[in-house]
Design a protein around this ligand. Structure first.
Ligand SMILES: Nc1ncnc2c1ncn2[C@@H]1O[C@H](COP(=O)(O)OP(=O)(O)O)[C@@H](O)[C@H]1O
Ligand SMILES: [Mg+2]
Length: 253
């Protein structure tokens, strides 16, 4: 009796060891894959940035005068180049965060000023699809936050909003402030997110992009959530069926 119990225990231990080894091997493969993607993405960044510079030179007529038609085409290429750079940066920053925790470089920042800067940076992408970005604010305020990371979050949410907005459509951005918190609200119209989908959108790699034949990594909201978490803030999502979706970034003052 006792012998068979001991045997069984040995067997269970062996299974456990075997399982642990397999888990370790899987983790190693996962790490290798992530390293591969990070290295590849990093290498991709170099030619993409070189292209960005060349396109800028072309638009400045450094090589020759451009016809109106040529200029239009180059502006289009410049915009897709810009989207590509955003994509590459989201991937690189996400993998960087896997290695080290987020180290915040906090400074006193003017919320409306940061929002306006991001909108200016995103405007060419919106223009390419004749989309409008409206901004309104009742009250401006300052917060202690990492400007670089907050900009990353806003860019991610705005890019998502634009990609779910049809050509010629509009997204609305509002800032609000109360005693303890500042809210940045980004709303896009038309498409909504199903209730049972909302709980997944912050998951690593979750993306419905493929469904809509768009480019997406599913890293944007995952990264954004991590950044806002590190600031002890919150991202809320309110989506009304077939009407609109609002992402609300809440940050403490
Ligand atoms: N404004 C939005 N409207 C509708 N769905 C959204 C919106 N923002 C995000 N989502 C959903 O959340 C998913 C994850 O977003 P994200 O992490 O930025 O990844 P990606 O943009 O690469 O797909 C999107 O694929 C989409 O399904
Ligand atoms: Mg995205």
């Amino acid at each position: 009796m006792i012998e068979s119990i001991v045997d069984r225990e040995n067997m269970i231990n062996e299974y456990q060891n075997d399982l642990n080894k397999k888990i370790e091997a899987l983790k190693e493969i996962e790490q290798l894959k992530e390293d591969f993607v990070a290295t590849l993405t990093h290498d991709l960044k170099v030619p993409i940035i070189a292209e960005k510079n060349m396109l800028q030179f072309l638009l400045e007529s450094r090589f020759d005068e451009l016809t109106e038609r040529q200029r239009e085409v180059i502006v289009r290429i410049q915009n897709s180049n810009k989207e590509l750079i955003e994509l590459v940066e989201i991937i690189l920053e996400t993998y960087k965060l896997n290695e080290t925790n987020i180290i915040l470089n906090k400074e006193r920042i003017d919320v409306n000023n940061v929002v306006e800067t991001v909108i200016d940076e995103m405007r060419p992408i919106a223009d390419a699809n004749a989309q409008k970005i409206n901004f309104s604010s009742e009250y401006d305020d300052f917060i202690n936050a990492d400007k670089f990371y907050i900009k990353r979050v806003l860019k991610n949410i705005i890019l998502n909003g634009l990609s779910f907005t049809e050509s010629g459509g509009t997204i609305d951005i509002e800032t609000e402030s109360d005693v303890n918190t500042v809210k940045i609200k980004i709303t896009n119209y038309g498409k909504s997110i199903d209730e049972n989908e909302i709980e997944h959108i912050f998951d690593k790699y979750y993306s419905s992009a493929k469904k809509f034949r768009k480019i997406g990594t599913g890293l944007g909201l995952y990264l954004s959530n991590k950044i806002i978490d590190a600031h002890k803030g919150k991202i809320e999502v309110v989506s009304e069926k077939d009407s609109k979706t609002t992402f609300i970034v809440l940050l403490n003052k």
